[in-house]
Design a protein around this ligand. Sequence first.
Ligand code: GDP
Ligand code: MG
Length: 299
Amino acid sequence: MKFGTMAVVGCSNVGKSTLVNTLVNQKVAIVSDRPQTTRSRILGVAHFPQGQLALLDTPGLHRPWHRLNKLMVRTALDAMHDADVLAVMVDARNLPGPADRFVIDQIFSIHGRPSGLPVFLLVNKIDLIQKRHVLPVIEAYRSLGEWMEIVPVSAKTGLNVDRLVSLVFDRVVEQEEAFDEDFVTDQSWRHLAAETIREKVIESTKAELPYAVAVKVDDFQEEGRVTKIAASIFVEKPGQKAIVIGKSGARLKAIGTAARLELAEAMAGKVFLELHVKVKNAWRDDDRLLAELGYSAQP
Ligand SMILES: Nc1nc2c(ncn2[C@@H]2O[C@H](COP(=O)(O)OP(=O)(O)O)[C@@H](O)[C@H]2O)c(=O)[nH]1
Ligand SMILES: [Mg+2]
């Protein structure tokens, strides 16, 4: 059996979490079309006949402004040091832009990458463009980094993901299996519940609000197949609270229903969900609250 760890890094929104979910064959990381959805490092374990791959999903690399964002960038860069293979993901629809160059510079900088770490470039979302448009993108990236290999993929449809898997297994060594065969993530149900609620808030709100939202599970009780969850949705301003709650509570209700159904399915049981919306000014720069929410540089 082979065992290896692959960290997936890149800009926001390129499809890192989608790839991890596809490889693990289960939703371990929330996904959205808004940048900076992933805030902490998430481990997913993919099981293949050849062996196991531990996947580290990471927050998008970007120039940080808030304290939270600094932690997110640190988290992403730290993941490299625990990996046997690094996958840098970009969007096949665009030629390298400043944000992509920023990511690649960080990774190939003297202090960034551990020496000898093989780096793959994943050109993702090839399902969205014609084949002939992928080649120029690959060529444009070729000289920007010392790639072990450039692999065009679709994280969403799984196109060419098997090739990526076999290339990664070529780079990792025979080892005892590290995880039980049914182990897929190190996330607690509690954390998954908070993340699922946050995903539903992001999906149902627009513009800047997703950045200002955090979710904290206050109470989590499992009684047989029934799970009772109480959670707080933090926003930064009273106006945002009104948006999340919606007209006569309609939006909050829809958020709760969507989260409850998804969690009930994941847990194969019944879920009761109680949500409260709270205003906490500048929580993104509040160290104590960041730690309470589980956002810290140490995984
Ligand atoms: N069509 C298509 N969409 C994708 C693909 N991978 C990711 N997406 C979409 O791109 C958006 C961002 O994906 P996500 O995994 O959250 O990106 P992350 O920020 O890098 O983790 C979501 O709307 C995904 O559904 C892909 O291969 N093809
Ligand atoms: Mg993500």
